[in-house]
Design a protein around this ligand. Structure first.
Ligand SMILES: Cc1cc2nc3c(=O)[nH]c(=O)nc-3n(C[C@H](O)[C@H](O)[C@H](O)COP(=O)(O)OP(=O)(O)OC[C@H]3O[C@@H](n4cnc5c(N)ncnc54)[C@H](O)[C@@H]3O)c2cc1C
Length: 164
């Protein structure tokens, strides 16, 4: 079947792009401020080549993938901390289950395989605590710090290898 010259998903992409522009991430920022960049870049034209492999790149390569490992990480933590901040003080059983499931889904589907594997171990050692808003937020900060410490250790050991 010949491809339509008009992308049938164009209205969806336009809505997502318009919505992401409306997000008040930094209301005081000027239009050039990097914080106002959309989290996703979308194209309205049909792709000429097959999509890039679903790996997160170590360095930015505009031709291959829209986001670096750091950008995906920042966007994900921002979403998770926002969800935790809005989590109910007295969550229902379903909301507690959802919070746990969300974290386990991230540990399975996170688009940096090495990070996902490590995060599975983090969840095993630190089971999700989502009994209240405060508990979920504190637990999330704690596991975020576990990830931060691992990255710092890795940077230090790479520095030591380069010195030797
Ligand atoms: C689940 C998960 C696992 C990851 N695993 C790895 C990994 O194994 N290896 C790897 O290289 N990268 C990993 N990343 C990405 C990594 O955590 C960072 O997102 C990335 O390195 C960018 O770091 P950053 O310094 O910009 O700040 P980020 O760590 O992305 O944090 C974003 C912002 O959150 C705030 N913040 C920082 N720490 C806390 C805290 N403890 N509590 C509350 N707020 C905080 C700060 O304002 C910070 O600027 C992972 C990301 C996620 C979401």
């Amino acid at each position: 079947m010949p491809l339509p010259s008009w992308n049938p998903l164009a209205p969806v992409f336009q809505t997502v792009a318009a919505f992401s522009r409306q997000l008040l991430i930094a209301p005081e920022a000027s239009p050039e401020d990097h914080r106002l960049r959309p989290l996703l870049s979308v194209s309205l034209s049909l792709p000429a080549a097959p999509p890039p492999p679903p790996e997160v790149l170590k360095e930015k390569d505009a031709n291959a993938a829209p986001l670096t490992k750091e950008e995906v990480g920042r966007a994900t933590w921002m979403l998770l901390h926002t969800i935790a901040a809005q989590f109910p003080d007295e969550p229902t059983r379903q909301q507690k289950r959802d919070a746990k499931e969300l974290m386990h889904i991230i540990s399975r589907l996170y688009p940096c395989k090495e990070c996902a594997e490590h995060f599975k171990e983090v969840l095993k050692t630190n089971p999700v605590q989502a009994g209240s808003q405060a508990e979920f937020s504190q637990w999330l900060c704690y596991v975020h710090n576990v990830v931060n410490r691992r990255i710092i250790r890795k940077i230090r050991s790479q520095g030591q290898k380069e010195e030797n």
